[in-house]
Design a protein. Structure first.
Length: 117
């Protein structure tokens, strides 16, 4: 089982990045997927979620109308499009896949996003 994030990096305020999360070793299309982030000295926080079918999404207030979560179940890949980035978006971003029956909860290794001029 693997979740591998990519697409992080250094970007100027106001810029954009697209994170990808490639899943393998399990049936990705059955799992809800989320993106979390953790800034230095802070707790990990939920950024956005999407249900297994892609039909419903959730966003933290801090990223609404700037970030878009999506998935391509045929490619076993999830995405987080991040626009209008702010310095406070700087964090390590983690991909999570979860199913409630049977209970399974998988995490990626994280990708660093740094927003700075």
């Amino acid at each position: 089982v693997q979740l591998v994030e990519s697409g992080g990096g250094l970007v100027q305020p106001g810029g954009s990045l697209r994170l990808s999360c490639a899943a393998s070793g399990f049936t990705f299309s059955r799992y809800d997927m989320s993106w979390y982030r953790q800034a230095p000295g802070k707790a990990r926080e939920l950024v956005a979620s999407i249900v297994s079918s892609g039909g419903s999404t959730y966003y933290a207030d801090s990223v609404k109308e700037r970030f878009t979560i999506s998935r391509d179940n045929a490619k076993n890949t999830g995405y987080l499009q991040m626009n209008s980035l702010k310095p406070e978006d700087t964090a390590v971003y983690y991909c999570n896949a979860k199913i409630t029956w049977p209970i399974r909860d998988y995490w990626g290794q994280g990708t660093q996003v740094t927003v700075s001029s």
